[in-house]
Design a protein around this ligand. Sequence first.
Ligand SMILES: [Zn+2]
Length: 254
Amino acid sequence: MIRILPLLSLMLALPPFQSVAADCPGNPAALGTERVLAIDPMQTAPVGRKQFPRTLPLAPKEIVLTFDDGPLPGTTDRVLDALKHECVRTTFFMLGRNAAAHPALAKRVLAEGHTVAHHTYKHPLLNRMPIERAEAEIDHGIAAVEAAAYGEPGGPPRTPFFRFPGFASSPALLDRLKARGIAVFGADLWPGDWNPMTPQHEHALLLQRLTKAGGGIMLLHDIQPKTAAMLPGLLRELKRRDYHVVHIVPPDAR
Ligand SMILES: [Zn+2]
């Protein structure tokens, strides 16, 4: 009983299930999206155990899928097709230059219910430049992504979620983003899909690391053909292994 209590109290603290698997058109066996987790940037310290001391309040076997560096025609389309087939909602940390070049694809990501988050304009390592330049790069990215996805630039980001390229944060930049109400995401696990490997190897590596981690924020890249290739099989395997997908959204999106 003593060992069960912490999990029980965590489960009670979570919002009720919002399973859509049973309602997934054309795919009764879909993985689906188990629940939506609203993230209040003002209440959320940087998350992702690879970079920071804490992660999101997830139960065991819950995962948050994230895709970085897109959108890119071809691979992002295939990723979106796979997610749609399984009724899985995820978060895309987009690059401003890619969203500006492919606005229809940025709009598709948004229209299909995914969270459109931010990853700078052109992927520099922000801890290697003056803070003013780093902030300008972040803001350029936010403006370009939101103009592409929503059709017009906003003021403050509609989705105040940010991931540092190469995880190259600095204490000063983390302070600035916190003051601006922008939540910072690292990751809990990844297959390292920026390295050369086959889709089969990526699939196996990711499942091995997921088994070890027990769940968490998963980092993938929708610009990687091997990731697009292995994703349909991965989603089926996640369902078979009884993992549950959590969709993160800003507090006012629920
Ligand atoms: Zn990146």
